[in-house]
Design a protein around this ligand. Sequence first.
Ligand SMILES: [Zn+2]
Length: 473
Amino acid sequence: MSLSLSYIPGAAVAPTPARTGTARLLLDARRAYRGGPAAVAARQRARLAAQIAYARARSPYYRELYRGLPPQVDDVVLLPVTSKAQLMDRFDDWVTDPRATRDDVEAFVADPTRIGDQFLGDYTVATTSGTTGTRGIFLLDQLPLAVATAMMGRMLAGLVRPVDLVRIAAGGGRIALVTATGGHFASAAAAARLRSSPRRAQRVQAFSVQTPLPELVAQLNAFRPAVLAPYAGTAALLAGEQEAGRLDIHPTLAVLAAEGLPDREYQRIAAAFGAKVGHSYAATECPFLSYSCKEGWLHVNADWAILEPVDADHQPTPPGRRSHTVLLTNLANRVQPILRYDLGDSVLARPDPCPCGNPLPAIRVQGRTADLLSFPSPHGPVTVTPLTLSALLDRIPGIEVFQIIHAGPTTLRLRLLVRTGIDPDQAWQAARGALADLLANSGLDHVEIERADEPPRPSAGGKYRLVQPLALH
Ligand SMILES: [Zn+2]
């Protein structure tokens, strides 16, 4: 299949408004999907070459970093690896628009009255609280937002049938975003943009994840959304409220963001609401990174992003094996190029084609590498993965949401929220017993497990982190 460069959105060095048209992007996304891996790879290569050329032309940081590279580069493995700490440190040289200085964007972010405004009239601003300790400030120009819409459209085409769209329209098309409001988080900024016209403002409502649960339930009952878009942890809480009968909404579709849940939780949420459930794995650095399929895998939108599973030395991790970290390249955002950026997540790439028929690469996220818990022991430090702990508690009936806090070198603190009708003391005893067994089996019987009085809490970014390592608090 031959592709004309001028046809590919984003392939030209300077994107024009015409090239960011969502309809054109949707059409291209469908063609890439139907064309299979070769069509996806052709787009990826052309967009990468254009992105590198743009970064070299407009970003002093990348010009310096890529000094020793050949003039034309279209292979991502030739690029040096970058990190959030490095890029944030050189913010003013990193950006391709010299008007965007770190001082000005910091002042913009600090002003709560400007949430949803465009920085310099051109850019959506998103901040991350930073699981690795470095706070990130990200600017998005028009193209990545249009690509995000197109990728969402491609996901929905695989998830919903025409009858579902009719149901959504019959339900007033109302979309409830349950997000971290009151800050410049990506989702709050996106919600503010979605509500930018009066007609849309009536249909799209943002609800704060920090709202006390009974109040949030009352607000959602009044709004009656046709589409529910919460964080995954919040969706689990809301499913419990729906099961208990306090929440009584009937969305056709639930699209969950951020942290991963065990497979059976997605099924429980779908059953509680009688809705189709999709989820995404994305990052502020690349909001359109991937979407789930009906087989439970996440498909990377590889026509617009490159995700490389690698080991600690940044060498490729073979499919079927868990990577140490993952390198991200965003092929759409020009103002702040993200090229071979260490995202810090551990993923596993599926070695064979996904049975769902989606030709895009399929992955599973194994939890952030920064979340590994390390305990001192007489035989040296012992590391436990968050997934081990969360999978263990997932098997205990009656627990709605839990948080395991690594509160001291040899102390784990357990926050529990149990389902309606479940005895909290019983759930606590079961959880404590299971954790103690696991720790004893790992030579960690000296680690204490304490019961928290407080319930699980979302972080400032609105995410429920199931496992919080010692370094983070
Ligand atoms: Zn699939």
